[in-house]
Design a protein around this ligand. Structure first.
Ligand SMILES: [Zn+2]
Length: 105
């Protein structure tokens, strides 16, 4: 029986994409609003930076492969298979290596 962990990876990854999106919006919005409301701009930019820090924190401490437990840093948002053990991060299927093994029926 597979642990419930494998869905966690998808949850964490979607949380990261929301945080990145939120920080981009607040940073860009903060710069634009800064023309009229410098203080609000400061808080928005601060919020954006905090979101980015949270993303880094989550990646470093929580985002790891549910199967081999190693951390995943690169291509976090697009990766489908663990670069260490080769398992699919949402289904747990092991990636078949080598094109020679194709079944010809
Ligand atoms: Zn792995």
């Amino acid at each position: 029986m597979l642990p419930d962990n494998n869905n966690n990876f998808e949850k964490i990854r979607s949380a990261i994409s929301y945080l990145i999106g939120g920080s981009l919006i607040t940073c860009i919005g903060g710069v634009i609003i800064g023309f009229w409301e410098p203080l609000l701009s400061f808080y928005m930019t601060l919020f954006g930076v905090l979101c980015l820090l949270a993303v880094i924190f989550i990646i470093v401490f929580f985002l790891h492969c549910p199967y081999c437990g190693k951390r995943i840093f690169r291509k976090v948002l697009v990766i489908t298979h663990c670069p260490h053990c080769g398992r699919n991060l949402s289904t747990g299927e092991i990636r078949k290596k080598g094109k020679k093994n194709k079944k010809n029926r």
